[in-house]
Design a protein around this ligand. Structure first.
Ligand SMILES: C[S@@+](CC[C@H](N)C(=O)[O-])C[C@H]1O[C@@H](n2cnc3c(N)ncnc32)[C@H](O)[C@@H]1O
Length: 212
């Protein structure tokens, strides 16, 4: 019997963190090849290159939120960033990330709850593919701001379709006194692919710093 191929239909219909745990448990082994490679998934590379463009050498350690199988960590590590912590709710996805050998620490945690990291301890927060349909909403920003050092950099992918619908825009207004001016850069989540629907997925890379 052939293995089930997972994709956006399953990922976008998640509702609770428990749904994420169940889906990514089944998807972890095939995610890199059947999804990321076959669909020319670009978000990890894009987010890493924006990090490299906007970061200073004080933006360390880097926290990769919803690290999954470690595609963002891999790009960051290859481009010279060595202190990277990955956090994810799925132990199976983290197991795959560990094999890549680019994270100094991997943490299993639900980022919609209290994050088990000290206040003002993280130099930068990066994320790809996690602020999207059925995954994590803007309420997680409060905890992410708490654990980030004053001046720390954020480089987050936010799916354009949830930006207004799931209140990311409203959240940015609520926290405007806690963060620097925002830079938004729109990009496509996937490069050339035969699947037209994938070609339509747009991301807002949202780049800002926590205020001093
Ligand atoms: C589409 S994958 C993205 C993985 C990786 N960043 C990438 O771009 O390939 C989304 C990841 O978010 C994680 N996730 C979903 N809800 C979460 C939560 N509440 N807390 C932490 N991680 C979560 C999932 O387990 C999954 O690994």
């Amino acid at each position: 019997m052939s293995e089930k191929i997972f994709g956006y239909d399953e990922a976008y219909s998640l509702i609770t963190p428990e749904d994420s745990i169940k889906l990514y448990k089944k998807w972890a082994l095939t995610y890199d090849k059947d999804f990321a490679l076959n669909s020319n998934y670009l978000s990890p590379k894009k987010i890493s290159s924006f990090f490299n463009k906007y970061s200073r050498n004080t933006d360390t350690p880097i926290l990769d939120v919803g690290a999954g199988t470690g595609l963002v960590g891999e790009c960051l590590y290859k481009s010279g960033n060595k202190k990277i912590i990955g956090i994810d709710i799925s132990p199976e996805m983290l197991g795959q990330a560990k094999l890549k050998g680019c994270y100094s620490n991997l943490m299993e945690a639900d980022i919609t709850k209290q994050i088990p990291l000290k206040s003002n301890s993280i130099g930068a927060v990066v994320s790809a593919g996690t602020f999207t349909h059925g995954h994590v909403g803007p309420d997680a920003f409060d905890e992410l701001l708490r654990i980030t050092k004053p001046g720390g950099l954020f480089v987050l992918s936010i799916n354009s379709k949830v930006f207004i619908k799931n209140n990311f825009q409203e959240k940015f207004l609520t926290i405007k006194n806690d963060i620097s001016d925002l830079i938004f850069i729109e990009f496509k989540a996937h490069g050339k692919t035969e699947d037209e629907k994938l070609g339509e997925i747009k991301i807002f890379a949202s780049i800002f710093r926590k205020n001093f």
